[in-house]
Design a protein around this ligand. Structure first.
Ligand SMILES: [Zn+2]
Length: 124
């Protein structure tokens, strides 16, 4: 564990691209069964075997939750673990419960809010 105090929520995004390159092998056999004056009677067998070459490219990346636009957060949709990245050292931690941690900008906002409280009637 790192000793950081500022964390941002994030999630892993896994991009997997699967490309399939089909290679078709046609095996055509033509057999002449016989003919009369007008018709040529031909059997055509086509056996097609397809070998698929499957190429998977995996990419895993850690994405941050937007602090400004929570509606666009994909975070709440399918959360099994809560992931936080330390803003100081980049250490990524996973928890099964939501942690009460602040990011640098959340802390700044909170302090600004505290400073703008009207204390004039406090204690009266
Ligand atoms: Zn840290």
């Amino acid at each position: 564990m790192c000793g950081g105090v500022h964390f941002r929520k994030g999630y892993y995004e896994i991009d997997v691209n699967i490309d399939i390159y089909p290679t078709a092998y046609n095996d055509v056999k033509v057999r002449t069964r016989g003919y009369d004056d007008v018709h040529i009677d031909v059997d055509v067998d086509v056996n097609t075997s397809i070998d698929n070459e499957i190429v998977e490219k995996g990419d895993i990346s850690f994405r941050l939750i937007s602090e400004e636009n929570k509606e666009f957060s994909r975070y709440d949709k399918s959360v099994d673990t809560y992931k936080y990245i330390c803003e100081d050292c980049g250490f990524i931690m996973s928890f099964i419960k939501e942690k009460n941690v602040e990011s640098i900008s959340e802390e700044k906002k909170r302090k600004q809010k505290e400073n703008t409280y009207d204390w004039t009637n406090f204690g009266k």
